[in-house]
Design a protein around this ligand. Structure first.
Ligand SMILES: NC(=O)c1ccc[n+]([C@@H]2O[C@H](COP(=O)([O-])OP(=O)(O)OC[C@H]3O[C@@H](n4cnc5c(N)ncnc54)[C@H](O)[C@@H]3O)[C@@H](O)[C@H]2O)c1
Length: 252
């Protein structure tokens, strides 16, 4: 078991990519805390984790809110112990497209997608550095490189910001046994791309044939495998990277 004795905190772990990551880490022996707005779903995922024989906790959090993030870390430490692996997976898209969106909507998306990662890392990384081991994996997006196909400007900007933040923090923490990496998923089959009527499932599926060389959507489990790898000892010489999980639609 590659993560036995480790504590992982996964934001946005109630469903989708975060849930698949939580399950993959639990199968490798990690104890897992899930920080999510959606406590009904988080509790369901925690029950699945416990059935795998690990300790698990659902913690209510709004990742864009400083006090809420501080409370999540405090609860995680009390229930499971200090965080060894932080996965920043919670994310949101804007309500509206293009330059017409209100400024407060811009701020909300930047807070949930980018400021949250600063807030979580500020809680987690100093302790990891002191203990000499840690892993941070943050979920960016293909939109950071290619722009959002539906002109969600704050989404593309926030996801690009994650890449710069990852590189900066990776340099800062590298000598203390802490690696910091990001994943840029392409079109992954979760509820996210169609949430809130941002686009129809048909509109979304139509883009697969045109843009994805592998010719199908990715699965949450395929992204989770990559996050799992970056969280193990086997990935100890990888830091500051952003790895595409995009079926060939993003090559660099
Ligand atoms: N699915 C895709 O095609 C795709 C592509 C590129 C990037 N991503 C990114 O992957 C990450 C995970 O997305 P997913 O596809 O699993 O989506 P999802 O909608 O299934 O899961 C997102 C989770 O984040 C939680 N969340 C949202 N806002 C939150 C907040 N303020 N505080 C706490 N929790 C919050 C939700 O409750 C949900 O459980 C996101 O950051 C998303 O931007 C997804």
């Amino acid at each position: 078991m590659k993560l036995k004795g480790r504590v992982a905190l996964i934001t946005g772990g109630a469903q989708g990519i975060g849930r698949a990551t939580a399950l993959a880490m639990a199968r490798e022996g990690a104890d897992v805390a899930i920080g999510d707005l959606n406590q009904d779903r988080a509790q369901g995922t925690v029950a699945e984790l416990q059935r795998l024989g690990v300790r698990a906790a659902a913690i209510s959090v709004d990742v864009g809110d400083r006090a809420s993030v501080a409370g999540m870390f405090q609860q995680c430490v009390e229930i499971l112990g200090p965080v060894d692996i932080l996965v920043n997976c919670a994310g949101t898209g804007a309500k509206g497209r293009g330059l017409e969106i209100p400024e407060d909507e811009w701020d909300r998306v930047l807070d949930v997608n980018l400021r949250s990662i600063f807030l979580c890392c500020r809680q987690a990384v100093p302790g990891m550095m002191e203990r000499g081991w840690g892993r941070v994996v943050s979920i960016s997006s293909q939109a950071a490189f290619s722009g959002s196909a539906i002109a969600d400007l704050p989404y593309a900007a926030s996801k690009a910001g994650i890449i710069g933040f990852t590189r900066g923090l990776a340099r800062m923490a590298a000598s203390q046994g802490v690696t910091v990496n990001a994943i840029a998923p392409g079109l992954i089959d979760t509820e996210f791309p169609i949430r809130g009527g941002r686009r129809s499932r048909e509109e979304w599926l139509a883009s697969v044939e045109k843009t994805v060389p592998i010719g199908r959507l990715g699965t949450a489990e395929e992204v989770a495998e990559l996050i799992l790898f970056l969280s193990t000892d086997g990935a100890s010489y990888l830091t500051g990277c952003t790895i595409a999980a995009a079926g060939g639609s993003l090559m660099y």
